[in-house]
Design a protein around this ligand. Structure first.
Ligand code: GLN
Ligand code: ZN
Length: 796
């Protein structure tokens, strides 16, 4: 390959002047890419729907990148390489996978004749290929570390043809030279890429994606040489896998680091390397990382501790990038504390023989987890605003800190600006939480409960139910939006919701389901709905963050003591129950999930906040019961997601998370049945906690991970009701009755007919009515068949 030495756009900046310049004094790990007005989402959805053509889509994406670069320069990241190039059309893991050709065989047809992949190919992997065009499900999606961002899981096999399949990162860098002095290209690093990847279907049992490390590194090396040729002084490799406990032990991880980053750093034809380690501390891996030859190393100093002098061995040849500003919270940084920690780090670096003056200040993680800017918010209380910082405000903090003008305070001072206004401390809430005892988390034995519930509910074997939401049709969303804008009055809104509830109840009766739901039409989002109705939360107008691809959420801000001023769901649930003799499940979101999907206060332990939420929900649960609701479901889909990345912290987490759920659900009578629902198949790690939740019935996602869940559920260890999902609601596919019956038979063989429930994998909110009706009809039919077989067996 001949390397071009002159590139378009490079003329305004001579490569020689920047190619060994140090990193600027302030630089974040990453920046939001959806745009302050969700420009990316809007452009993508318009393009996918065919409302705009490819050229218009490209023009809008280009415009967003230009605006972002201009904004970052205005905020003080004007120097070459100061602004990370955070743009991604869909997901940064997918970008890295495509850059090095990690494209599973099943998508071979989206590669061009020259082995490259374009935007449409990228979207095909991300979103799947429709029937008629060679139907292919998309790459699997899962949570990125302990965040609410989802990445696409790369699939790789022993024979995957690894090659430069996309030079997007080079193109973006070249483009950035048209807008200014050039950004810093960012790529998920090779080690993290492979640790997050899975073996593609059909790969031998013994194959581990890491087996391809050398091959992947070879392609990264080619990419680095392209970037060097384009004139990039720095490239950032994100290696968050170093901050999480992985399937590799520390020494294997250290060796893999040497084999990846070490090998890349040994190459001559490359930009300078910054390796970031967001989402936690890397402890004793630091000396290995410092020895790889990378020119700069980033540390998350909000979750991780300041490195010791011993851990800084090797820092004399490396520029440290100190992640002192919390990148994933919305709280304004207590700058004197950050300045003191920076001063202490400088002292230790000097002592270890390094160059203290070279330290750059940074964020702990990419700012992709926080909204763009606080300046768009018009309705947040001023005292709250004074304690908040979104992405742009955090960049200003970085620049301020780097300028050295902040007088250092105490190293162990508060990490964020203290909040002291009304609602932060509510004495009655604190007293109640302080006086909660173990007795408040206990119920009668499961045997007593099961018997009382059998008598009270009179359900058949293999009871059928759904997870809560029904399809959110356009009229329902329109009514909610009109009510929010006050174009629809309360009475009109209530009427619209009641009509939908009546429709959903009638449908479920007609389908023959045993335990009904009201369908959750009044909820835009299962967390935001509760946040809006509980004290202690604030909601933003424009605080969007990317969840995955074009999907964004607007997390609420939990700033104060949480309490429930009035019942929230009781009216809807009792209305639904009034329409049918069958039991209607009350439907609540659990404390852990409410915390996980909100921005949470950092001025007290998470467990204390969770207990407050648990107690507020406890009032709702007992009010539902008093109003005649005999089954209440408390969803905890995020239980797995908040699990700390380090095993040593698991026990403490499981302790407080379980306690908060039990505080919410243990105030009811023996005959009242408590359900919980969990999402995400990879749940083996929390199986003990699920048991400890002490719910009478647990429904859990399982259709996508065929059988794995049943294997994890040892009937001896999990002696209560369980509903492994039998319909993958993430796909528009309608499962046949026979296919469902087969799953029910298998589950029944493991679990036994008395404890097995039959339900879909998750809520039906995102599905259409046609597929919902057909699938539920098959589900009920399947259960009838299996019940009939059981009767025959009993007779015989
Ligand atoms: N009850 C919720 C629903 O059905 C549960 C959603 C979830 O688990 N994510 O929508
Ligand atoms: Zn779910």
């Amino acid at each position: 390959m001949t390397v071009q030495t002159t590139q378009p756009g490079q003329s305004r900046q001579s490569a020689a002047s920047t190619q060994n310049a140090p990193l600027p004094a302030a630089t974040p790990v990453g920046y939001p890419r959806i745009g302050p007005d969700r420009e990316l989402k809007k452009a993508e959805e318009a393009y996918w729907a065919g409302r705009i053509d490819r050229a218009e889509f490209a023009r809008r994406a280009r415009e967003l990148r230009r605006a972002t670069r201009t904004r970052l320069a205005e905020l003080g990241l004007a120097a070459a390489a100061a602004a990370p190039e955070s743009f991604s059309l869909y997901d940064q893991v997918l970008d890295a996978a495509l850059a090095v050709g990690v494209v599973p065989d099943r998508f071979a047809s989206v590669l061009g004749a020259d082995g490259t992949i374009d935007d449409d190919g990228l979207f095909a992997l991300a979103r799947g290929v429709a029937r008629g065009k060679g139907e292919q499900p998309p790459l699997e999606m899962t949570k990125w570390f302990d965040t609410n961002y989802h990445y696409l899981v790369p699939e790789i096999g022993p024979d995957t043809d690894l090659h430069l399949a996309s030079t997007r990162v080079v193109d973006l860098f070249r483009e950035s030279l048209e807008d200014g002095p050039g950004t810093r290209p960012v790529l998920v690093g090779p080690l993290t890429l492979l640790l997050l990847a899975k073996a593609q279907d059909g790969a031998p049992e013994s194959f581990d994606p890491l087996d391809r490390l050398d091959d992947v590194v070879a392609v990264y090396a080619q990419l680095l040489s392209r970037l060097a040729a384009a004139g990039a002084p720095w490239v950032q490799l994100d290696e968050p896998a170093l901050a999480a406990d992985q399937r590799l032990d520390q020494s294997a991880l250290a060796a893999a680091l040497q084999r990846s980053v070490g090998r890349l750093a040994a190459g001559a034809d490359r930009p300078q390397l910054l390796v970031t380690t967001p989402y936690g501390g890397i402890g004793d891996l630091l000396p290995t990382l410092l020895a790889t030859g990378a020119e700069a190393v980033h540390l998350d100093l909000t979750r991780g501790e300041l490195p010791t002098i011993a851990q800084l061995d090797g820092v004399d040849t490396v520029q440290l990038v100190a992640g002192l500003i919390e990148g994933r919270s919305v709280w304004r940084t207590e700058l004197p504390t950050a300045a003191a920690r920076l001063a202490e780090l400088r002292r230790r670096v000097t002592e270890a023989g390094g160059e203290a003056a070279a330290i750059s200040v940074s964020t702990s993680v990419s700012l992709q987890h926080v909204p763009h800017t606080l300046t768009l918010e018009t309705s947040l209380p001023a005292e709250l605003v004074a304690t908040l910082a979104f992405a742009d405000e955090k960049i200003t903090e970085l620049v301020t800190l780097a300028a050295g003008s902040v007088e250092p305070g105490a190293v162990d001072g508060p990490r964020s600006v203290p909040r002291t206004f009304e609602g932060v401390q509510v004495p009655a809430v604190r007293e109640r939480a302080a006086s909660a005892t173990t007795a408040d988390t206990e119920r009668a034995t499961y045997e007593e409960r099961a018997e009382a519930q059998r008598v009270a509910l009179g359900l058949p074997d293999l009871p059928t139910t759904t997870i809560g939401s029904f399809p959110q049709v356009a009229e329902v969303r329109a009514a909610r939006a009109a009510h929010r804008r006050r174009e629809l009055d309360d009475a009109g809104y209530e009427q619209a919701m009641k009509e939908e509830i009546a429709r959903v109840i009638a449908l479920q009766e007609e389908l023959g389901l045993d335990v009904l739901v009201h369908g959750e039409p009044e909820r835009n989002d299962m967390v935001q709905y509760f946040a809006e109705n509980l004290g202690g939360f604030a909601t933003t107008e424009h605080g969007w963050v990317q969840s995955y691809g074009s999907r964004c959420t607007r997390p609420s801000i939990l700033f104060g003591d949480v309490h429930r001023p009035a019942p929230i769901t009781v009216g809807w649930a009792t209305y639904a129950q009034s329409l049918t003799p069958r039991p209607v499940k009350g439907m609540l979101t659990g404390p852990v999930t409410i915390l996980a999907w909100s921005f949470v206060r950092d001025d007290q332990p998470l467990g204390d906040t969770a207990a407050q939420v648990g107690l507020a929900l406890r009032d709702e649960v007992t009010d539902l019961e008093a109003a005649g609701i005999r089954i209440v479901q408390v969803d905890e889909p995020a239980l797995r997601e908040l699990l700390p990345l380090r095993e040593v912290q698991h026990a403490d987490y499981l302790d407080w998370s379980v306690r908060s759920f039990r505080l919410a659900t243990s105030g009811v009578e023996t005959a009242t049945q408590i359900h919980t629902h969990l999402c995400y198949s990879e749940f083996n790690v929390v199986v003990g906690a699920i048991d400890a939740l002490n719910a009478d019935v647990t429904s859990i996602e399982s259709a996508r991970s065929r059988g794995e869940i049943l294997e994890a559920i040892d009937p001896g260890a999990f002696p209560r009701g369980i509903g492994p999902g039998v319909w993958d609601i993430h796909s528009p596919r309608v499962p046949g009755a026979e296919e469902i019956a087969e799953q029910v038979r298998r589950a029944r063989a493991v679990v036994g007919p008395e404890r097995l429930w039959v339900n879909p994998d998750c809520g039906l909110k995102t599905r259409g009515y046609a597929e919902t009706e057909a699938s539920l009809r098959h589900l009920v039919q399947a259960v009838r068949e299996v019940r009939a077989e059981a009767e025959v067996t009993v007779v015989a």
